[in-house]
Design a protein around this ligand. Structure first.
Ligand code: MFK
Length: 559
């Protein structure tokens, strides 16, 4: 009989998620868990069913820019595929942005939101991007107490009504660069009753949004991020035309293909100040705090989806006389992926828990310091692992992983943006140093790391426990030793430092979880995960040495 491979299938993505269930049982009060569970079950079903099918069926569908109408008038209209509108509807109805503002679950509202996002994201064709920026925009307007704008925009951004809901853009990047935002050239001119913006934005994701937060330099202001101001704009005028916006083209990207990312000009766009006429870079950081955490949940969710597909396929696919699930080397490969996924998962949800507390109860000083330093660490750590993870998942499918209509290559192509947007690994590594500043945040992190592992008394966890504490201390010692040296030496090691810190802290969280699994369920999975992580690549700082020498030759002069 002719042989056909059986494709992988997904079960309810909440019911099947052992780790999420354990986290909720360990951390979340019973009444909160009962209250949020129905929504998680429903989203788990959608993510495996209707939304998953939609993401597969709409593969290859992309937004299209119509610059002119049939009669030659310039319209600059972006038309999105029907699937995009369906994701928007589901997101609004399930409160994916609204939940942390409704705060029905008090400090656990953020965790509720992120658990839903974690289920939704891998079946959403990256609709998470406009949602992330909308959440970030609501947070930023509220943070600055911009009363008029809060009253105008936040009810739309946090609406559960698909006909009333808005999304927001975050227009930061110009041709001068996405990292060095202080070089922004867009100019803001004061007019009779407001401001008008003139300039170009080079990478505007979710260009179909109703509003955007953006940076521009008020006339006469000085250079750099301090001379910029944070502006709010609506993309359309009350009459329905574009608000002085000309869209040049949509980007031809490696992944995130259903997401419209535009190059556009602002030609007298009406805008309002959000938080004064200066310090724009600082003013937009509440948005970055949120979007970077969304980035991390997308990274972790991508890993989880990869695991779900690869594990299912391992039972179906036979080779050399047995299912892959019975092949020791295949099982070993998947176990390594599972360990990396669990580390990233626990890291993410620790940061989410801290954010939820900060937003509702304020949290302690140490928790706020910890949350600030975890912000870049969690984003960069999870994003790097998501790319490596997706690559390995594709390999677990052999040739099928390299063929577009299996839907698998999108996992890798969509993951590749995660370490790039919202701050590259290097920018975030430098932000880690910025967050640590005088060292208080590092002390807060190390204290918390030690507190996490303090209750891990099982003999099998002593090795990982010691390794986590040692790696954290070694990172701190490295930083202290370099603090006296030239800035260049510190900068060259920033990535290794941030990754070491992330891995040490993640391992501590894994050890804590492992002890709980032993205590409450007699389950040794956490021990195996902890031991595996402890024995692999914990300390990246050893590799930092004389980068100029290793490159061998001087950088050539630009021709
Ligand atoms: C699906 C998931 C997500 C989807 C969303 C994707 C949508 C993509 C849309 C995009 O817009 S992607 C582009 C995102 N761009 C970035 O993330 C910018 C990357 N670059 C940086 O983060 C740079 O570090 C930065 C622009 C902030 C550096 O600029 P400056 O002008 O050199 O900043 P400076 O002088 O170091 O800091 C200015 C102030 O901000 C300082 O405060 P003080 O004046 O009080 O000292 C900093 O401490 C503060 N600051 C900087 N970064 C901060 C921060 N505060 C809190 N958190 C931070 N992260």
């Amino acid at each position: 009989m002719t042989f056909f491979q059986t494709p992988p299938a997904l079960g309810n993505q909440y019911d099947d998620d052992v780790l999420l269930g354990e986290l909720l049982a360990r951390r979340v009060p019973e009444d909160v868990r009962r209250a949020i569970e129905p929504s998680l079950v429903e989203m788990g079903g959608l993510a495996a069913g209707r939304l998953f099918e939609l993401s597969q069926a709409s593969r290859g569908q992309e937004p299209v820019l119509f610059s002119h109408d049939a009669w030659g008038r310039r319209v600059d209209e972006i038309r999105v595929p029907p699937a995009w509108k369906e994701y928007a509807r589901v997101a609004a109805e399930h409160g994916l942005v609204a939940i942390p503002y409704e705060r029905e679950q008090g400090p656990w509202s953020r965790l509720h939101q992120f658990a839903l996002l974690y289920l939704f994201a891998p079946s959403s064709s990256v609709y998470t991007c406009p949602l992330a920026m909308s959440d970030g925009a609501a947070k930023t307007l509220l943070h600055h107490r911009a009363t008029r704008l809060v009253e105008r925009a936040v009810p739309h951004l946090t609406s559960r009504d698909p006909h009333n809901v808005w999304t927001s853009g975050q227009w930061m990047t110009e041709r001068t660069g996405g990292s060095d935002v202080g070089r922004t050239q867009t100019e803001a001119r004061a007019v009779a009753n407001g401001w008008r913006l003139h300039g170009s934005k080079w990478f505007t994701s979710a260009a179909t949004s109703e509003m955007a937060l953006t940076l521009a330099r008020p006339e006469g202001n000085g250079p750099g991020g301090r001379g910029l101001a944070l502006f709010y704009l609506e993309t359309r005028t009350p009459e329905g035309g574009l608000n002085g916006i000309h869209i040049h083209r949509l980007k031809d990207k490696l992944g995130t293909r259903m997401l419209a990312t535009a190059e556009l000009d602002l030609e007298g766009t009406r805008a309002e100040l959000v938080a004064g006429t200066e310090e724009g870079v600082k003013a937009i950081t509440p948005m970055l705090q949120i979007t970077r955490l969304w980035n991390a949940v997308c990274s972790v969710a991508s890993m989880r989806r990869g695991m779900a597909l690869a594990r299912d396929y391992a039972r179906r696919r036979e080779a050399f006389g047995a299912p892959l699930a019975d092949k020791p080397l295949h099982v070993e490969t998947l176990a390594a992926l599972q360990a990396e996924f669990e580390a990233s998962f626990l890291l993410l949800f620790r940061a989410v828990e801290l954010l939820g507390r900060e937003e509702t109860e304020g949290g302690t000083d140490d928790e706020r310091l910890l949350a600030r330093v975890l912000q870049p660490v969690v984003k960069l750590y999870t994003a790097r692992h998501a790319v490596a993870h997706a690559s390995e998942v594709l390999e677990a499918f052999g040739g099928a992983g390299y063929v577009e209509d299996t839907g698998l290559p999108a996992l890798l192509r969509d993951a590749q943006v995660l370490p790039i947007w919202e701050g590259t690994t290097n920018v975030l590594s430098l932000d880690t140093l910025r967050a640590i500043g005088g060292g208080e945040a590092l002390v807060a992190l190390l204290n918390d790391l030690e507190a996490r592992v303090a209750r891990a008394t099982h003999p099998a966890l002593q090795g990982p426990r010691v390794r986590a504490v040692d790696a954290g201390r070694r990172a701190a010692a490295w930083l202290k030793a370099r603090a006296a040296e030239e800035v260049a030496v510190l900068e060259a090691g920033a990535r290794a430092f941030a990754l070491t810190l992330g891995r040490a802290y993640a391992l501590a969280l894994v050890v804590e979880h492992a002890q709980w699994l032993l205590d409450t369920r007699g389950n040794r999975r956490g021990v195996a995960v902890a031991r595996r992580l402890a024995s692999s690549g914990l300390d990246a700082l050893d590799t930092v040495d004389a980068p100029q020498d290793a490159l061998g030759v001087a950088f050539p002069e630009p021709r």
